[in-house]
Design a protein around this ligand. Structure first.
Ligand code: MG
Length: 390
């Protein structure tokens, strides 16, 4: 008989248990709501989808470990059923390799919704969309958000209510300060006055990273988290930096080491005085069990995981494994950010400052009141398009 070590036995069974936990009915509340709401009697129509590429203009040139940019292209989706319209959006930052307005548009063009006469068949619809092509998670997320927005509007309820989340439990958003000169970092820190938590981008080299933290600290004693964006290549450097950051009052560290470095990262987490969160290492649901024991928690982003539906499975999986969960974003308007905010009540940290960093937000959505993510009672994702859809 083949011997199985205790470790591999636990690992196999834990993974199975986690998969079972994550496979629960996600839209039970929605289905129930559908039964009692007059507006939800199914129309005879089909879902009609359109989409467009939009350039979001950045307030400041944004630099993180690896590159800089002034504009972020986004893909936005409009989904109509029975005269009701849902909107969705996915940012297309350069690090989402191979995903741009052209490839996202090509992907969305392949979606044929004629086969679905019932928009509430979320599982079926999203499984079909996910199966059209691998990757393309930014476009998949834009579609997923539009579908959730549509369903919320059809039943007249905000998504967070359909999910059963307590809107009072949202965290404060972090405000991100990119890698820059001392003067600009100081100015950006002062601009962050309304926000209670600062997120500082690191991962250049030890000297620059310490300068960045010291510069922020010279003008602010607010709670701070840092994101090394895979910048520390050596485990001893990573741990030394984390110990130094602990002394500066930093609360957690995101993606200290390169995304595929697991053994060294597990060593860093085991010795780290601060919680570690996987960002680049964690893309979709399938990644979560692999990260157990490697990081303390995961950073969800809708553009990485294909949208709200899978994000909620990832939350259940991470929680079953005893891992923490945070949510992040890229440069996105109040459309995608309002969608992400619908699951914020389950988050330890939230980095949803996308709309604060752009000058052409075409949606009116969730607000940050004294830095706290504040959900509204609007149906769907809680965002309204303020300019004509062209
Ligand atoms: Mg990150």
């Amino acid at each position: 008989m083949k011997k199985i070590s205790r470790r591999s036995f636990l690992k196999t069974n834990l993974t199975a248990a986690v998969a079972a936990a994550a496979a629960g009915p996600l839209f039970t509340a929605c289905s129930n709501a559908a039964n009692v709401n007059r507006k939800t009697s199914l129309g005879s129509g089909k879902m009609k989808m359109s989409f467009r590429g939009v350039d979001l203009q950045l307030r400041h040139t944004f630099t993180i470990s690896g590159f800089s940019r002034d504009v972020t292209p986004n893909i936005q989706v409009r989904l109509e059923y029975d005269g009701v319209v849902g909107y969705g959006e996915g940012g297309l930052p350069p690090y989402m390799t191979g995903q741009n307005v052209q490839t996202a548009s090509e992907f969305l063009s392949k979606i044929n919704l004629d086969q679905f006469s019932n928009p509430f068949l979320v599982e079926d619809i999203l499984r079909y969309v996910d199966g059209i092509a691998p990757g393309m998670t930014c476009a998949k997320s834009a579609f997923d958000i539009a579908l959730h927005d549509l369903i919320g509007k059809l039943v007249g309820q905000p998504c967070h209510r359909l999910f059963g989340y307590n809107p009072e439990k949202t965290p404060n958003t972090c405000y991100t300060i990119g890698i820059d000169t001392e003067e600009v970092v100081r100015q950006k820190t002062l601009e962050a006055a309304p926000y209670k938590i600062l997120k500082v981008k690191l991962g250049v080299d030890e000297k620059t990273d310490k300068m960045l933290v010291n510069t922020v600290r010279s003008v602010s004693d607010k709670p701070m988290v840092v994101d090394a964006n895979q910048g520390w290549k050596d485990k001893h450097l990573a741990l030394d930096m984390i110990c130094w950051l602990k002394e500066q009052g930093i609360m957690m560290v995101e993606q200290p080491m390169p995304k595929t470095v697991f053994d060294d990262m597990a060593w860093v987490t085991a010795h780290s005085p601060l919680p570690t969160f996987a960002d680049e290492s964690c893309q979709r649901l399938v990644d979560v069990p692999k990260l157990h024991g490697v990081f303390t928690g995961i950073n969800l982003k809708l553009i990485k995981c294909s949208g709200l539906h899978e994000a909620r499975q990832m939350i259940a999986t991470a929680e079953a494994l005893g891992m923490k969960v945070m949510i992040g974003c890229t440069t996105e308007s109040s459309c995608a950010i309002s969608a992400a905010a619908q699951i914020a009540p389950r988050m330890e940290y939230a980095d949803l400052d996308g709309p604060l960093l752009i000058t052409n937000d075409m949606f009116d959505g969730i607000k940050f009141i004294d830095g706290k993510i504040t959900l509204n009672d609007r149906p769907g994702i809680g965002a309204e398009l303020m300019t004509p859809w062209e």
